[in-house]
Design a protein around this ligand. Sequence first.
Ligand SMILES: *Cc1c(COP(=O)(O)O)cnc(C)c1O
Length: 404
Amino acid sequence: MTQTPTRSDFDQYMVPNYAPQKTIPVRGEGSRLWDQSDREYIDFAGGIAVNSLGHCHPVLVNALKDQADKLWHLANVYTNEPALKLAGTLVERTFADKVYLCSSGGEANEAALKLARRFAHDTHGEHKDKIISFRQSFHGRTFFTVSVGGQPKYSQGFGPVPGGILHAEYNDLDSVRELVGDDTCAIMVEPMQGEGGILPADPAFLQGLRELCDEHDALLVFDEVQTGVGRTGSLYAYMEYGVTPDILTSAKALGGGFPVGAMLTTDRVAPAMGIGTHGSTYGGNALASAVALAAVEHIDTAEVLGGVKQRHDLFREHLEAINRQHGVFKEIRGMGLLIGAEMSDEYQGRAKEILPLAIEEGVMALIAGPNVLRMAPSLVIPEADIAEGMARLERAIARLVAAQ
Ligand SMILES: *Cc1c(COP(=O)(O)O)cnc(C)c1O
């Protein structure tokens, strides 16, 4: 290929599992992006809660460049310094005693589910294999994780799904009580459902899950792939809730844009993942680990985390002002810089229509299901970019309303 790629090359060369917007960004800096014709955009999408420090943050660029000159990859026949530093840092800063490194959220959850099953198998016996998760939840796209996820459309049409998986209602402890028993090996839950529509858990719900797990000797697994690494204003959302899981998964913001994932667990549970039980060629890759270490160390500071809470308030104020003008939202919710605006009855199912209009106005956003406009910007997005992005979003929404 010698010519500059165009959007139609996507349809020609790529498997058609995505439907990307027309514009092709070519460079980014902070919370701004530029496309092939040098048009500028404000980024409220953040690569779906991944670009935690915006685009090309110097801390991450330096970590990547430094490591690029030293060592990229060994595979797990050897260990390496960046992986050990990342694991040690995560242990120091969380409930965890042990870390398994991998390259994505789906992989971290796959490891968590396999560990939970294996722990129950080794500790209690074969009967203890039931996994409880929640309707509308999202845990990744591997076959095990789509089956545990609560959106059947992602697991249908691929043949027999793995067994032993039960789905309860999110934020409804009674629906869990109906399913839980001595054959339950784990309950997997997002402290705030992301893809499912930006729904924070009630504190009593997570606390209740903790108690049910303790009663039935089951493991509590928090999927913090979307909520983790500063997104909610704490290093992990479990810290906001004061409810500690047995296993926690992290990815997305962990690498700030470099593919990396991690599964965190305790000294009690980790031994079930003994030598040879599980693995990944790229897990603990030196480049990925060096970038993730820099991201965690930079984000887990009072300055960055405190700024997340301030910015949350700004996003909310702007969205409420837009809503006073146009009345398109029913509810604005979320924690930290994971924010959802649910469409009002009049605009049911039409969140998606805002995205191309917003791009035309120069701002990028996301949806979470058909009804929720979602924002997951950089945790350090400047106030001026928030104001400008919101002015652009207001114009996009005015056009949606005018086209009624
Ligand atoms: C994005 C996401 C995943 C999947 O992560 P990938 O890196 O796409 O595999 C899993 N769980 C949650 C909560 C997510 O938001």
